[in-house]
Design a protein around this ligand. Structure first.
Ligand code: ADP
Ligand code: MG
Length: 210
């Protein structure tokens, strides 16, 4: 089972990871966007950090919905609202839960991704965060189906997300600001896929490790 404490540890650590990677993510966005992805994520999770203590007694669904709402209201552009939707949908799926099974984790990631797809009108192969998230979900589902524990499933998801992130390099962007570049978007790693990989990597480092 995943405890609420682990979820909070993951969110606190992801906030730190984003601060550490602020310039890296912004640099990736400078190549194919408007050089703000690291700034956006750092600002969003900086605001999340301030809210977490106030909801630490609530259920996991409420905690994740609070993260989502905070991102939607504090981050402009495409990335913030898309991550906001991701956490809102995950939180809705986990409503009332104070600990999670592997199946809950898979269901939450699935609905979070469905939310991003719907809000962004996007799918895989378009050089977005979905190119890290969707392979991660598939690897997680396979790991759980094969009897892997929660940590093994998160490690599998992280490996798949890293491959998916790297696979965005040769892709042509057809969604978001990067699509304005057309062919010139080819050869650069997508910033949103990179922050999504970091999110899963952080989960694998903080959840199910004891
Ligand atoms: P903005 O593009 O408004 O400056 P950010 O720089 O914070 O916002 O985020 C850019 C990232 O958002 C991209 O790297 C990509 O992964 C993701 N993204 C952009 N548009 C979409 C979309 N329609 N669907 C899914 N993800 C998207
Ligand atoms: Mg940007």
């Amino acid at each position: 089972m995943i405890s609420k404490k682990e979820i909070l540890a993951w969110l606190h650590r992801y906030r730190e990871v984003l601060a550490e990677n602020k310039e890296y993510l912004t640099g990736l966005d400078a190549a194919i966007g408007d050089a703000d992805h690291g700034i956006n994520m750092d600002r969003g999770f900086g605001a999340v950090e301030k809210k977490l203590d106030g909801v630490a007694d609530k259920d996991i669904g409420t905690i994740l919905k609070t993260v989502g709402m905070t991102l939607v209201t504090t981050v402009g552009g495409a990335g913030g609202p898309l991550y906001g939707t991701f956490f809102l949908k995950a939180g809705m799926t986990l409503s009332g839960k104070n600990e999670l099974t592997a199946e809950d984790m898979v269901a939450a990631l699935n609905s979070a991704i469905e939310g991003v797809k719907m809000r962004g009108k996007a799918t895989t192969g378009e050089k977005t965060m979905l190119d890290a998230l969707v392979p991660a979900l598939e690897a997680m589902q396979k790991s759980v189906a094969d009897g892997g524990d929660i940590h093994a499933a998160l490690v599998a998801a992280t490996t798949a997300a890293e491959e998916g992130m790297k696979a965005t390099i040769p892709m042509l962007a057809t969604k978001g600001r990067a699509s304005y570049l057309g062919e010139r978007s080819i050869g650069h790693q997508d910033p949103g896929a990179t922050s999504s990989y970091l999110m899963l990597k952080t989960a694998a480092e903080t959840i199910g490790v004891s």
